[in-house]
Design a protein around this ligand. Structure first.
Ligand SMILES: C[S@@+](CC[C@H](N)C(=O)[O-])C[C@H]1O[C@@H](n2cnc3c(N)ncnc32)[C@H](O)[C@@H]1O
Length: 400
């Protein structure tokens, strides 16, 4: 079957009535049974089409975590596309911000399989979605059609450098951050490079650039507002905003942490580093977005606390104060680091379920859990960290 030999032609075959029927037939296939299902289906269908359908079903199953079962089951993916796409929760939050800024149309440069374009369209924003990879473009087109938003989204195959975006209200760029050997950390090695995206953003009335959350703060241009976004406690991305000050505080030089679900929004106030103080009754573990945004001082001020160590992003205080930006633990014990000491303490307390957290320690949580082998009716959390420069263990319980 030469006509199914390339990934693009195999994908096109999936969109035919025969391909769609096969996709329906393999829906929900348990990966462990793939081989048996493939052998059976190959008796009646071309082998390449069977492989394409099973491959697509596998990607749909992987995509459920990002897009939810209903959308993932109707959408199409490539392996890179599912990996690199923005999860729906983050994309729809960001699209909502565009709406608040009065954006009616956006050029989504580097659209991938359409994770962001879909969210923009669903927020009522008209989209030009651009990608240079032909298969990715075909998949993005199939997605907007499958989700019934084709009227609002034009998908175009082009290099972003060749696209005139002057007629759009806003620009969104999510550069490729994967090379042949995995993730790229240098923003100039993104495709297109961050400096290209920043130049394009400066010319647009409103722009947002999605970048890796580990970006050094020094790489943020002065006229951009920087936002770090987490979802369910996992940091997902940083966004550089241009021209976004009027719609609620993301003007140049500003720093924000946004926690989903919510959104719970913490804006930087330029506070100095918090004081280091002795470990108090409560330990506050700031959300990763707060830490990446360098807003631990804002949380420390909110809870009336200080740092346990000048190099560690744990906040401690004597009073229990509610905060949306940190998990709170009541600390019962503080010990110098030592497996024997920990074992003895956990045995004495009857701890059978141990959660290990660490910051500023080289010890592997899993290895420690194996070494202490707990048993008993109670649970506890141990923090492996540093206090006053020395390796320490703080033992406690989550509050609330
Ligand atoms: C991180 S992905 C985009 C994911 C997308 N925002 C989503 O949520 O599905 C980056 C995309 O940029 C595309 N790309 C990289 N360099 C490009 C260029 N110079 N012109 C057009 N597309 C490009 C890649 O093909 C890839 O699909």
């Amino acid at each position: 079957m030469n006509d199914l030999a390339t990934p693009l032609s195999a994908f096109a075959a999936l969109l035919t009535p025969a391909g769609r029927a096969l996709l329906d037939e393999v829906r929900g296939t348990d990966p462990a049974r793939e081989l048996a299902v493939a052998t059976r289906l190959r008796r009646e269908h071309p082998a390449e089409l069977v492989s394409a359908a099973l491959g697509q079903e596998r990607l749909r199953q992987r995509a459920v975590a990002k897009f939810g079962a209903a959308d993932a089951g109707r959408m199409f993916f490539t392996p890179n596309g599912v990996e690199q796409s923005t999860r729906a929760s983050v994309a729809s939050y960001r699209a909502g911000r565009f709406r608040e800024l009065g954006v009616g149309s956006v050029a989504d440069l580097c659209c991938g399989i359409g994770g962001d374009a879909i969210a923009f369209a669903r927020a009522g924003v008209r989209v030009l979605a651009v990608d240079r990879d032909p298969l990715t473009v075909a998949v993005a087109r199939a997605n907007v059609e499958a989700l019934g938003i084709g009227e609002l989204v034009e998908v175009r195959e082009a290099d972003v450098a060749d696209v005139d975006v002057s007629s759009y209200d806003a620009l969104f760029v999510d550069p490729g951050r994967r090379g042949g050997r995995g993730r790229i950390f240098d923003p100039e090695a993104y495709s297109p490079p961050l400096s290209w995206a920043v130049d394009a953003a400066r010319k647009a009335p409103v722009a947002a650039l999605k970048i890796a959350p580990g970006v050094p703060h020094e790489a943020v241009p002065g006229e951009a507002g920087a936002e770090w976004i987490s979802d369910g406690g996992d940091v997902k991305e940083a966004v550089l905003w241009f021209g976004a000050g009027s719609g609620g505080g993301l003007e140049g030089g500003s720093v924000r942490a946004t926690l989903l679900p919510g959104p719970r929004v913490l804006d930087g106030r330029g506070l100095p580093d918090p004081q280091v103080r002795p470990v108090g009754r409560y330990l506050y573990e700031p959300d990763g977005a707060v830490i990446r945004a360098h807003l631990v001082a804002e949380v420390a001020e909110e809870v009336g606390g200080g740092l346990i160590d000048e190099t560690i992003a744990y906040v401690t205080g004597d009073e229990l104060r509610g905060t949306s930006f940190a998990s709170v633990y009541e600390i019962t014990d503080q010990l110098p680091f030592g497996v024997k000491k920990l074992k003895a303490l956990l045995r004495e307390r009857g701890v059978g379920v141990l959660t290990v957290k660490k910051r500023g320690s080289a010890v592997e949580p899993e290895a420690l859990r194996k070494m202490v082998k707990v048993s008993g009716p109670h649970s506890a959390t141990v923090f492996l960290t540093r206090v006053g420069g020395a390796p320490a263990m703080l033992i406690g319980q989550p509050v609330g």
